[in-house]
Write a protein that binds this ligand. Structure first.
Ligand SMILES: C[S@@+](CC[C@H](N)C(=O)[O-])C[C@H]1O[C@@H](n2cnc3c(N)ncnc32)[C@H](O)[C@@H]1O
Length: 349
């Protein structure tokens, strides 16, 4: 075990104690984040295995010591990655999320855990960059877990982040691994469900998430925009606008009304997003295409895999053991067997 592994393990142990000390029923946070925290507490060792692998990559790719580095937890949710980054000893930890409720909840959770997160930023990448510029903060590490697959305009997001003037590393780990055929199959089934049927709201539902069919909601948006369209045209436009958010759907309807032509085409058979928020339902991103795009932005890019963590389910642990061996054999860039991929990018100035 390296010294870094030991620090990560200790930080995870420290956070466990703090989380176990929380009385969730008394916390004045949303049911949505209570559900998240509950899941973390109930499956702590299993879930922390992913965090420990991500944090090991983080420390490895830093060009300065941890205690001199600024860490950004992008799309932090209920803040677990931020709390761990703080425990590991980063000089500054900045939490960000596009969902205001989660930002407010995380402030409260951090307080209850007696963890000082340096800044909480509400908003998308442009609000984050504005904040960094105003405060003259130079981030060393921009990190996220399970966020990349929800960002509406991935290319636009990177166009913004590279405006940061200093050198930095970016590590985005996600379980929406499009290179793993089992994961891709499972997520494509999910895409079809949210697109055509919708899902049942359950306890701890994220209030801004849509539960009705995305396709039906796009039909409503299109119908409300242009009363002059025939039912067939509305149906056609609703299908052709899969993967677009309301503002872009309306632009496309305008274009169509003027020229009866649709230029936009989604290149994936099932990927789909919430037409109001643009939040993708587990976006299966074409990683080869993304890599060449990011290299065009002068970023150094690689994708790396991670190992499966074992759970109490012995039936599942056996195939996981075998897949972990395959990954050792095929090396860290092989994503086919992996439960996640990590986009590792570096801007060097
Ligand atoms: C699946 S949750 C993961 C939360 C957290 N990283 C974790 O692992 O527990 C995805 C998070 O990304 C946030 N998010 C999605 N798109 C975002 C964007 N464009 N900018 C910032 N946050 C975003 C969501 O609000 C949500 O909190």
């Amino acid at each position: 075990m390296t010294n870094h592994d030991k620090i990560i393990e200790e930080s995870i142990g420290e956070l466990r104690k703090k989380l176990n000390g929380l009385t969730l029923s008394e916390l004045k946070i949303s049911d949505y984040n209570k559900r998240y925290l509950q899941e973390y507490i109930a499956n702590y060792d299993f879930l922390m295995y992913q965090y420990s692998q991500l944090l090991a990559k983080v420390i490895k790719s830093l060009s300065k010591p941890v205690e001199e580095s600024v860490f950004i937890d992008y799309g932090g949710g209920c803040g677990i990655l931020s709390y761990l980054a703080k425990a590991i000893g980063f000089k500054k930890v900045i939490y960000n999320d596009i969902y205001e409720l989660s930002v407010n909840d995380s402030k409260l959770i951090a307080q209850q855990l007696s963890i000082t997160i340096d800044n909480f930023i509400f908003g998308d990448v442009d609000q984050l960059i504005l904040f960094l510029e105003k405060q003259d903060i130079k981030p060393d590490m921009i990190c996220s877990l399970n966020v990349l697959e929800h960002i509406y305009d991935v290319k636009g997001w990177f166009n913004s982040i590279i405006k940061i003037q200093n050198s930095f590393s970016l590590l985005f780990m996600t379980s929406a691994n499009s290179k793993n055929p089992f994961i891709a199959k499972r997520l494509m089934k999910l895409h079809k469900k949210v697109e055509f049927e919708g899902v049942q709201r359950k306890e701890g539902w994220k209030e801004i998430d849509l539960s009705s069919s995305f396709l039906e909601e796009r039909k409503k948006i299109i119908t409300a925009k242009s009363g002059a369209l025939k039912p067939d045209e509305i149906k056609h436009l609703a299908h052709r606008t899969r993967g677009l958010r309301k503002n872009d759907i309306l632009k496309l309807v305008d274009e169509y009304t003027k020229g009866k032509e649709i230029k936009y085409k989604i290149n994936h058979p099932t990927n789909t997003c919430d037409p109001y928020t643009g939040n993708w339902a587990e976006h299966l991103i074409d990683l080869n295409q993304l890599k060449s795009y990011l290299e065009g932005l002068k970023l150094k890019v690689t994708f790396t895999n991670s190992y499966y963590g074992y759970s109490k389910n012995k039936f599942l642990n056996a195939p996981k053991f075998i897949l972990n061996i395959f990954m050792k054999i095929f090396g860290k860039h092989n994503l086919v067997f992996s439960p996640t991929y990590t986009l590792e990018a570096k801007k060097v100035v």
